[in-house]
Design a protein around this ligand. Structure first.
Ligand code: AHM
Ligand code: MG
Length: 337
């Protein structure tokens, strides 16, 4: 091993959380224990995503079925992995997954079980069988302490607006496995080093550029978008716009990751088929909106800030326009709900 490698400073995510906790003495060790549970799950999911290709190659029957099964297997596996890694953490009271109809209550409310974890275990999973980036998205809330007797003790704890999140993050299983998280104190990014099985600090205080050169939307639905969005899509190709490129992966987490680093805008507007949009408020829009805002970006549903939306149901959908400040502002100049 070279001297340079020996002396290289490695900051793991656990160290990073502890260091930042020292700077904020009110933060609790309980919380880092919870976050480490989520990160353990994502390391297991990452390993399984990497192995999925072997399963595909070994699958004797081939064709659609095996591919479909594989996708489903990984979806379920990711969901179960997160639930089992968090189920024993003691401080998690409720888990809510995009894959499950109902929330899972682990413990009755008490001082210890104060956290609610909401997650999309494998976002963009239709991309697994074509070896395209997928990811996990998570959001963390605390149980409310202001509920009156008679309140729905589960749903009222869960259905809080996004600005109440105490943390949010995502992991992209791409050409490498990258994780970004925020606790409301900037966005920090880590890369999974498979040789030591640890997330290593890649970038602290990530800032989204104020403007980018990329727009990201499924333009095939163009005729079904609101008129204002169609006008924006005409404008973006003009000389006045100045040469935007289009990038659309079809995995929100991967499209968002690019937008965070390079700037630009991601749009999933309402369509005639899905008038409320397709993406889920609790597991997708809220956590990514918190990260975007913490990095200097913006997230809106065309009428209001995503983080101010008060959810009314678990699997509620929302239109989502998210990205660089100037780019989201530009979309708003064409379209308002
Ligand atoms: P899913 O929850 O069924 O996986 O759908 C979510 C995904 C997002 O990752 C992505 O942004 C979007 O669906 C793509 O949808 P479309 O194929 O309509 O463009
Ligand atoms: Mg998803």
């Amino acid at each position: 091993m070279h001297d340079r490698e020996l002396s290289e400073k490695i900051t793991t995510v656990e160290q990073h959380i502890l260091e930042r906790q020292r700077a904020h003495p009110t933060a609790s060790g309980n919380f880092s224990w919870l976050l480490s549970g989520i990160l353990l799950a994502t390391r297991i999911i990452s390993a399984n995503v990497r192995r999925a290709g072997f399963m595909d190659i070994l699958g004797a029957t081939g064709g659609e079925n095996v591919q479909g099964e594989l996708v489903q297997k990984l979806d379920i596996l990711a969901n179960e992995t997160i639930k089992s890694c968090l189920g024993y953490r003691g401080n998690v009271g409720i888990m809510v997954s995009e894959e499950d109809d109902e929330p899972r209550i682990i413990k009755e409310p008490d001082e210890q079980a104060k956290y609610i974890v909401l997650f999309d275990p494998l976002d963009g999973s239709s991309n697994i069988d074509v070896n395209v980036s997928i990811g996990t998205i998570f959001s963390i809330l605390q149980r409310r302490d202001d509920l009156e007797p008679g309140a729905d003790m589960v749903m009222d704890h869960i259905l809080q607006p996004g600005f109440k999140q105490i943390a949010a993050g995502y992991v992209v299983y791409g050409s490498s496995t990258v994780m970004a998280y925020t606790t409301g104190d900037g966005v920090h990014m880590f890369t999974l080093d498979p040789s030591i099985g640890a997330y290593r600090l890649a970038q602290e205080n990530v800032q989204m550029p104020e403007q980018g050169k990329t727009y990201s939307i499924n333009e095939a639905y163009r005729a079904n978008f609101p008129e204002g969005i169609q006008k924006y899509l005409e404008w973006i190709k003009t000389d006045e716009a100045g040469g935007y490129g289009l990038r659309y992966i079809g995995s929100l987490v991967a499209d968002f990751h690019r937008t965070l680093l390079k700037g630009g805008v991601f749009l999933y507007p309402p369509t005639t088929k899905s008038p409320a949009g397709k993406l889920r408020l609790l597991y997708e829009a809220n956590p990514l909106a918190m990260i975007a805002e913490q990095a200097g970006g913006v997230a809106t549903d065309g009428a209001q800030r995503i983080l101010e939306k008060v959810p009314t149901s678990l699997h509620e959908r929302t239109p989502l326009i998210i990205g660089s400040k100037n780019d989201v502002k530009r979309v708003a100049s064409f379209w308002k709900r």
